[in-house]
Write a protein that binds this ligand. Structure first.
Ligand code: BTN
Length: 230
């Protein structure tokens, strides 16, 4: 059972852990009820108001690129909310992003001494994107947090192949066509390292999440809306 450390306000739960990881020896949850300087991927800022913002700390790395998105979609499923994973780890409901994940590691020399899994979920429903999801309004941040942490702890016991199989069940992009360098590719899915595999005319292209932003890949977020209509 992971211990929870609850803060009224932090700049960023990821940055807090980057500063203080040495004082935590066991996996734990850092929950900030308010975050003033949240960060997203590719140095974007993450505005969260009263939304759920927390980071999980692990002294040794976990396959977080699978565990983190899966723990969120499985937690939502427990509340009868169907969500999808958009590679690498955005969570979407009815085509709208409701959760972002920022996974970071701290190295001392060549060894990873801290894995920080930052998760932000839009629980306050400001955008109206979740208006049709009746259960959502009843989901207080701490209730959802508990469900996500429980799911993460359960999934930690899975083998990697099992996690990959589960990821594929929720994968929004699999089978979709994507434009990259003016060429249309078909998404095969993710490989065991969490890279996205694209295929066309006998050519396999493997994209790492650090190297590619899907915004850059599509030029727009239309794919979600398209998928919504299908
Ligand atoms: C993204 O979609 O770009 C990732 C967003 C990650 C936001 C979370 S909120 C909790 C944790 N602390 C941060 O500063 N960022 C992550």
């Amino acid at each position: 059972m992971m211990l929870w450390h609850v803060f009224a306000t932090l700049d960023s739960t990821n940055d807090y852990l980057k500063r203080t990881y040495a004082q935590y020896k066991e996996p734990c949850v850092i929950w900030a009820q308010k975050q003033t300087k949240g960060r997203g991927r590719f140095a974007r800022s993450w505005e969260s108001g009263d939304d759920l913002t927390f980071s999980l700390f692990f002294p040794t790395p976990t396959p977080a690129y699978l565990l983190a998105p899966l723990s969120v979609v499985e937690a939502l499923k427990a509340f009868h909310i169907q969500a999808k994973i958009k590679w690498p780890n955005d969570i979407l409901i009815q085509g709208k992003k409701v959760c972002g994940i920022l996974i970071e590691q701290v190295y001392e020399g060549s060894s990873c001494v801290a894995q920080i899994v930052g998760i932000g979920v839009n629980t306050t429903n400001k955008s109206g994107a979740l208006a049709n999801t009746a259960t959502w309004v009843e989901l207080a941040p701490h209730v959802l947090l508990e469900a996500i942490v429980t799911a993460y702890e359960r999934l930690l016991r899975y083998r990697k192949e099992e996690l990959l199989m589960l990821y594929r069940q929720y994968d929004l992009l699999q089978g979709q066509q994507l434009l990259l360098d003016d060429v249309l590719w078909t998404v095969q899915g993710i490989d065991e390292d969490g890279s996205l595999c694209l295929w066309r005319d006998g050519i396999l292209r493997i994209c790492k999440s650090e190297e590619i932003s899907l915004r850059q890949l599509y030029g727009s977020d239309d794919i979600e809306n398209h998928r919504d209509r299908v």
